[in-house]
Ligand binder design. Structure first.
Ligand code: SAM
Length: 466
């Protein structure tokens, strides 16, 4: 459940149901042969299979709530579906494989947190309050297993007990990180966060309008640039709350003789769009939930496929190949997106966001970014087999006048530094977010309004399906 807001809402009855089901399933299926297959002679604590199942039920339920309803409320129906989904996995792959993967992930969370903080007071570690605050049991077995593998130890300093890494633990952590990275764990988590953060982004429209005052003319320009005409069959991807479909006039431009499908992986954003009176009036507009990388449409289905400010959240090559596949021969694929930008060169920005720059400086790198350059954007259009590719670049003003709005929008909302923050232990992430707000207040008092506006480069690209 790492990376998911801690305010996820289960009622007590659902927790009890997860607990009961986990206890019952592990009692029947945790056999000696299951254990030996994955853990050999290692003395696995009795509690492990039960806890692994219980937490996997809970995190699967939160995942499904995000995917299906766009919020964090886990109701009875989702809870039962999550239990079924996890049991189906265990029935085919074995409970041992679930327990094994779960142990790898929690070992990573434990070691990564100790490494980040240097050491963790034993009581905080046992409660998980610095790194796994969602756990509802003591992490004493985690310490016991860590000691058994000689990757962590409890030390006493000034009468206080701390958990710290052993030299073997320090060596092991990068190997574990590499193994999880190669399995796709981190990239999968980032893709999930890119969807879930928009689910939680209730005031996206209000903040986006304030932060990007020029965004609406950009959206309108995209409609022209993609040569949208009345009567066309159009697919809009990453449609969000419907600002391109409705406020910028895409649906009106297509008109009732044509059709528009507005699609986004965030069920929360789609709900906001569907709730608009304009959406209800225009019966030629349909909505779908889903990512651009996996389009549920036949080849050659559309005259045009386009989207605004979404391509940087996708696996770009995959998304553009899908966009190209579902567009008819001679049809158009177009996108408008912000480009990678060296924010670190702006004095106000590097001062404000110093805690993020410090994280990447430890690796002698710039902060990781999911933005791409104009060349990379063009290359992806070309890799997708599109022809007659054209592009335009234009800066759009981005306003950093209000610290609260800027932190909400960039850090909690669009997740500008998600790649840096996602790998931090829970408490470190919370501390940095609070710190960014405080720093923002000082920075906004220090710099002039003009200095606090960034002219962020963006790119319009279009290509034709051969
Ligand atoms: C900055 S918002 C832009 C919304 C809208 N196009 C606009 O102009 O206001 C980015 C949108 O991309 C969506 N998104 C995230 N990952 C995506 C993916 N893999 N495929 C398509 N859209 C994605 C988000 O859910 C979000 O609604």
């Amino acid at each position: 459940m790492a990376g998911i807001d801690s305010s996820s809402r289960f009622n007590q009855g659902i927790f009890e149901r997860f607990d009961l089901e986990a206890r019952e399933y592990s009692r029947i299926h945790w056999t000696d042969s299951e254990k030996d297959q994955y853990f050999d002679t290692i003395p696995v604590p009795q509690s492990f299979p039960h806890i692994a199942l219980y937490e996997t039920f809970a995190s699967t339920a939160v995942f499904m709530a995000h995917e299906e309803t766009g919020n964090l409320i886990v109701d009875e129906k989702i809870a039962l579906e999550a239990i079924d989904r996890v049991k189906n996995f265990c029935n085919t792959q074995g409970l041992g494989s679930l327990v094994y993967v779960y142990r790898l992930l929690t070992a990573y969370d434990n070691l990564n947190a100790i490494n980040y903080f240097g050491c963790i007071p034993e009581q905080e570690f046992l409660r998980g309050s610095w790194h796994r605050p969602w756990v509802k049991y003591s992490l004493s077995d985690d310490i016991m297993m860590g000691e058994l593998f000689n990757v962590l130890q409890v030390v006493i300093r000034d009468d206080q007990r701390y958990v710290e890494l052993t030299p073997k633990g320090i060596d092991f952590l990068p190997d574990l990180h590499r193994a999880l990275d190669e399995s796709g764990h981190f990239s999968h988590r980032i893709r999930f966060l890119h969807m879930s953060q928009f689910n939680l982004f209730d005031d996206y429209e209000k903040l986006a309008e304030y932060i990007w005052p020029q965004a609406m003319p950009f959206r309108k320009h995209l409609i022209n640039y993609a040569c949208i005409k009345p009567g066309m069959k159009v697919l809009e991807l990453g449609c969000g709350s419907g600002l391109l479909s409705f406020e910028a006039g895409l649906a009106d431009c297509i008109g009732p003789e044509g059709s528009l499908i507005s699609m986004d992986p965030s069920a929360g954003m789609i709900k906001r769009s569907m709730a608009k009176p304009k959406a209800k009036e225009k019966n030629w507009v349909e909505f779908r939930i889903g990512p651009a990388e996996d389009l549920p449409f036949a080849d050659n289905s559309f005259d045009a496929v386009l989207g605004c400010a979404f391509l940087h959240f996708t696996d770009r090559d995959l998304a553009l190949k899908e966009m190209s596949r579902v567009t008819r021969t001679g049809g158009i694929v177009a996108s408008c997106h912000p480009l990678v930008y060296n924010f670190g060169n702006l004095p106000f920005f590097s001062e404000w966001f110093a805690p993020i720059f410090q994280l990447s400086a430890k690796r002698n790198e710039k902060p990781k970014s999911f933005m791409f350059s104009s060349e990379e954007g063009l290359a992806s259009f070309s890799n997708a087999g599109l022809t007659q590719i054209e592009s335009q670049e234009a800066p759009f003003s981005t306003v950093f006048h209000d610290p609260d709005k800027a932190v909400k929008h960039f850090i909690h909302g669009v997740g500008l530094f998600q790649e840096e923050l996602a790998d931090l232990p829970w408490k470190a992430r919370q501390d940095i977010m609070e710190n960014l707000l405080e720093r923002g207040i000082d920075v906004c008092n220090k710099y002039s309004l003009e200095e606090l506006v960034v002219y962020w480069p963006s790119q319009f690209v279009r290509g034709i399906v051969p």
